[in-house]
Design a binder for this molecule. Structure first.
Ligand code: SF4
Length: 468
């Protein structure tokens, strides 16, 4: 585990040398203005990783376009969490064959969580001979080296070692946003929930040194970021096994102390590691958004045990109670899996009853998707896809009703809102409350990036307000 500051690994100097060499080669091969297209699938961690891929590609002289058919370098940063997302990636890789017929020099790289799986790498090796590189999640920082080798005529590159090595700091970065940004605080996961592929493709938990996180947070604030989301598969276990003596609530307080007008968010929290100390820090830190995304996955204790989630319904509801005692207006969101192997309608009803009891602001709901290599994929799964679909729709209807009631209760209340985008209608601005609810209101374009107080005046399919 990475521990003391002097042991931190930085972006290797030889990668800068490779980057310079790629810059020269790319001009020869692709022309004066080589273009890259980076396509990101899946979670915010992937979005953040793609910002590093773009940082390295900028260093190598590439500019960016959205259309892969026009690109000299295509990078698919993939997600392995759901079968559907994987199918889309295979479909898109298939289409690149046609692009390569027209532009034979185009380089195609498949990176991220899918690329980390042996079964995927083998399928690409055999069935997609025009894929130039398959890169796993822990070799990202070597992109300049791989691109240099491939452009210089090396064989196809398959690099996927998962050795849980040190986190590499200072990888070049090109952020997508200017107001809202991602700040990874840790990588990997030790939890092995039985349905989840993450520990197998992202490796064991590794926390960044707090000094590196604070440095990056200060830089983001200085650059004008107003909404910073701390990222990790399980942020609540930040610092476990490290000797720097800072846990996640401590880290929140340290970032909160950075001068400036900005908001701090974080995701994702695991209920088993969510502590009263964290809830106290959220209450005390004025910059920490009053929003807790706390995935409960199932309301049935029997299913939670099969999922290896290590908490039960009662402890989850205890946390919700403790959060609301400290922050009565806190916005609560969650993830739910419907149709885990062995789940019965009775188990599902426990999920619905928990949803009705907590009244979440919003939910991310999924029908269970078996992931090869996980324990759940080998469990008996008697409920049919159709049955699970019916349960899923029942859950959506229950949540829709709650969300409408919650939103109507907002009418007449005033919220501090970050003006973070232009509204759909001319003359309108769109923004988010501390609880991450979206509001549209009349505002001049110059208000972009400012915090304003907005009174909610109406709700149709969305919240409408006016600046007060
Ligand atoms: S906590 Fe569980 S669900 Fe979340 S990433 Fe880790 S193993 Fe996957």
């Amino acid at each position: 585990m990475q521990i003391s500051l002097e042991k931190i690994s930085l972006f290797p100097p030889e990668q800068y040398v490779y980057a310079e060499q790629v810059r020269a080669l790319a001009k020869d091969i692709f022309g004066e203005n080589p273009k890259a297209c980076v396509v990101t699938y899946g979670c915010q961690q992937n979005v953040s990783d793609s910002e590093h891929y773009k940082g390295m590609l900028s260093l190598m002289g590439f500019s960016f376009i959205d259309e892969p058919s026009e690109a000299d370098f295509i990078l698919y940063n993939t997600c392995a969490v759901r079968g559907h997302a994987e199918d889309r990636v295979y479909g898109n890789i298939g289409v690149v064959k046609n692009y390569k017929r027209k532009r034979p020099n185009t380089i195609l790289a498949v990176c991220g969580c899918m690329a980390q799986q042996d079964i995927v790498a083998e399928r690409i090796r055999k069935s997609y001979p025009y894929v130039d590189m398959v890169l796993g999640t822990q070799v990202q920082h070597r992109l300049p080296e791989f691109l240099y080798k491939r452009l210089s005529g090396s064989n196809r590159i398959f690099e996927r070692q998962l050795d849980n090595a040190d986190i590499i700091e200072d990888i070049p970065l090109s952020r997508d946003g200017r107001l809202k940004g991602w700040l990874p605080i840790m990588y990997g996961c030790n939890n092995f929930c039985t349905y989840c592929i993450v520990p197998y493709v992202r490796g064991r938990e590794r926390s960044r040194h707090p000094d590196m996180i604070l440095k990056e947070a200060r830089e983001m604030v200085a650059a004008g970021f107003k909404d910073i989301t701390l990222l990790g598969q399980n942020v609540n276990s930040y610092g476990n096994g490290c000797d720097f003596g800072v846990d996640f609530p401590d880290l929140l307080r340290m970032i909160n102390d950075i001068p400036g007008d900005f908001r701090i968010r974080f995701m994702t929290s695991h209920p088993k590691d969510c502590t009263i100390k964290l809830l106290d820090a959220m209450r005390d830190c004025e910059k920490v958004a009053k929003h807790l995304h706390l995935p409960f996955q199932s309301g049935s204790d029997r299913i939670l045990k099969l999922m290896n989630r290590k908490y039960n319904r009662e402890t989850y509801l205890g946390l919700i109670k403790a959060a609301r005692e400290r922050m009565p207006d806190i916005s609560l969101t969650s993830d739910i899996i419907v149709g885990f192997p062995g789940e019965t309608y009775e188990d599902f009803c426990d999920t619905i009853s928990l949803v009705n009891e907590v009244k979440f602001s919003s939910l991310f709901t999924f029908i269970y998707s078996a992931r090869t290599g996980t324990p759940a994929a080998a469990m008996e799964d008697p409920a049919s896809r159709e049955e699970k679909g019916i349960w899923f729709r029942e859950l959506l209807l229950a949540q829709e009703k709650i969300a409408k009631e919650n939103s109507k209760n907002f009418i007449g209340k005033t919220f501090r809102v970050l003006c973070d985008d232009f509204g759909k209608k001319e003359g309108y601005m769109s923004g988010h409350t501390s609880g991450n609810c979206s509001v549209d209101f009349k505002a001049k374009k110059e208000m972009l990036g400012k915090f304003v107080d907005v009174k909610i005046t109406d709700y149709t399919n969305m919240l409408i307000g006016e600046i007060i």
